[in-house]
Design a protein. Structure first.
Length: 442
């Protein structure tokens, strides 16, 4: 029997101490965060919504949870993660109707939009991840399984679910080398990942990273967002005002670019090209808008810019406009059907928005440089259907190739758009694979 060296013993002891301290320190941090939210709620609207929502959780559960029912708990941090988990929710409701769905959110941007989601039997905020709240929540809900979407690593929830032997899954996950799980000093966080029954990752790189730290409860099943955008296209709503503006499929149709989830930093990139090319049309769906934001867009694009809310009252306005601003929520995913080229915003700011919901309509997609966290941004570029840019000059070059009225530009749009659509179609099926593994294979 080999006697451990003094250095090894010290390492074992240090690791044991870290693990003993980890839970109380983590829980203290969560409690401090909760207190910070309550303080910030006095001045910040988002914090105010979160604070108010946390207070309503227990009353909501008392009113809506049926103690005799069988629940699947699905948690999505925000709206984007909800859309990612939505195909699985819909499949569960279709094929396993004996289960009820509890849907939780952490962010107000998810909860406020989807609090009345019709396929969920109960929707509420996720209680802050402290031991007492976790035990109270799980006691009240008593789920038969828990499904977390993409980036959800709540330490106390995971440990308690594991302790209660409740099957727990992470779907459409992506892991990167810069995450804390893979840092030498914090590698012990990998124990959190072992509490999942199974982790369904998007790509093989994620699987290799996890195996490198001893996490082997992993399957490469892809990304459910592709299934979601395909479903949206199949159920796409008609938008008569956009048809009038774009004249898509009619004689006299000119190239139209849809700038979805656009931020001011994005408009700085593409606005000058459109001012120089009045023969092309532009539709802008700002990521956020208020009176001040809309006025700035009017100033930026001049008299030929019209708001959709104005055009709905006077449809003739769209015939003389070069720029149409969608100043309402809920249309973007269907609006891409009316464009020839898509520009998806966020890549010159906090992070790229959803390029898949544009590409599914067989249109080429342009996007900014802050896209490293999105596998599809790299893969779509490799397929020939995506055009990552880093500057206004880059945009001008791509627009000159895709947005002109010439026959060569039209052919380029058609060819690269098909490549974008083919890429989406090649990625379908993650929802069925995950569902099959959870409900058939166990």
């Amino acid at each position: 029997m080999r006697i451990p060296k003094l250095k090894e013993i010290r390492g074992f002891m240090a690791e044991a101490c870290r693990q003993m301290l980890e839970r109380p320190l983590y829980s203290f941090g969560i409690s401090a965060y909760a207190a910070g939210v309550r303080t910030a709620a006095l001045k910040n609207r988002k914090a105010s919504l979160l604070s108010a929502g946390q207070k309503e959780i227990w009353d909501t559960l008392d009113r809506k949870i049926d103690p005799a029912a069988r629940y699947i708990w699905i948690h999505a941090a925000s709206l984007g993660e909800f859309e990612q988990g939505r195909p699985l929710i819909e499949k569960i409701k279709r094929e396993r109707p004996e289960y009820k769905i509890l849907l939780t959110f952490f962010s107000p941007s998810g909860y406020e939009v989807r609090k009345n989601y019709e396929l969920a039997d109960c929707v509420c905020y996720l209680p802050f991840d402290t031991p007492g709240r976790v035990r109270r929540f799980l006691y009240k809900v008593n789920p038969e399984m828990a499904i977390f979407v993409k980036y959800e690593f709540w330490r106390n929830y995971l440990e308690e679910l594991y302790r209660r032997q409740i099957p727990t899954y992470l779907i459409s996950a992506v892991f990167r080398p810069d995450q804390f799980f893979f840092k030498k000093r914090s590698a012990w966080y990998s124990y959190w990942l072992r509490w999942y029954t199974r982790i369904f990752v998007q790509n093989d790189e994620s699987r290799r990273l996890l195996e490198g730290i001893g996490v082997r409860n992993v399957e490469v099943f892809g990304d459910t967002r592709f299934d979601r955008v395909a479903d949206i296209r199949s159920k796409g709503r008609e938008i008569p005002l956009l048809q009038r503006f774009t004249r898509r499929g009619e004689e006299g149709h000119v190239p139209v670019m849809m700038a979805g989830s656009s931020w001011p930093a994005d408009e700085e990139v593409y606005s000058d090209w459109f001012k120089k090319h009045p023969e092309a049309k532009l539709v802008i769906a700002p990521h956020e808008f208020d009176a001040e934001r809309l006025q700035k867009l009017r100033v930026l694009f001049g008299d030929n810019c019209v708001l959709m809310s104005e055009a709905e009252k006077n449809p003739s306005l769209v015939y003389n406009a070069d720029v149409l601003v969608i100043d309402c929520f809920g249309l973007l995913s269907s609006a891409y059907a009316y464009c020839d080229v898509a520009y998806v915003g966020g890549g010159f700011g906090a992070g790229l928005h959803n390029i898949n919901e544009a590409a599914v309509y067989d249109v080429p997609v342009i996007y900014g440089p802050n896209n490293s966290k999105f596998i599809e941004a790299r893969e779509m570029a490799e397929s020939g259907g995506g055009f990552p840019i880093t500057s206004k000059e880059d945009f001008d070059k791509v627009a000159d190739k895709l947005m002109l009225t010439s026959a060569s530009s039209s052919a380029e749009r058609s060819e690269t758009g098909k490549k974008a659509g083919d890429y989406i179609r090649s990625k379908l099926g993650a929802t069925d694979k995950i569902f099959g593994k959870i409900f058939k294979d166990g």
